[in-house]
Design a protein. Structure first.
Length: 134
């Protein structure tokens, strides 16, 4: 199963990265994601990675620093589970966004919505949350 990295933060080098492919995410989500990555990297003392798997599900990964023998993998898992509960709405929105814009099913759904709107004499405009240019 292929994974696509969305964003990552490294607390040791104090760097943040967001994959260019996902630059069309709404700004509010990008801001929240940046805060989450940096906070988790700092809290867990690692590189914290967020991405999408083939199904569009959000995944999290921690990469311990080389030579860090004190890394708490169990604590990291518990912290990620807490994050998933607290930010459930955000992660579901990100998954929906991914499915709509990066899967065949999403493309079919967009076409069906546009077809229905046209049949009703309406114009469907995807704005705000779904602001990627198709």
């Amino acid at each position: 199963m292929a994974r696509k990295v969305l964003a990552a933060a490294n607390n040791k080098e104090q760097k943040y990265f967001m994959e260019e492919e996902f630059k069309f995410l709404p700004d509010a989500i990008k801001d929240d994601l940046k805060k989450i990555c940096i906070m988790m990297a700092e809290k867990l003392n690692c590189t914290f990675v967020v991405g999408f798997d083939d199904n569009g599900d959000v995944y999290f990964e921690t990469v311990k620093h080389e030579g860090d023998f004190d890394f708490d993998e169990i604590g990291a898992e518990l912290e990620i589970k807490r994050l998933q509960k607290e930010e459930l709405e955000l992660f579901r929105a990100m998954e929906l966004w991914y499915v709509i814009f990066f899967t065949k099913e999403g493309e079919l759904a967009k076409q069906e919505l546009m077809h229905r709107a046209a049949a009703e004499g309406k114009t469907l405009q995807i704005r705000g949350f779904f602001n990627k240019k198709s």
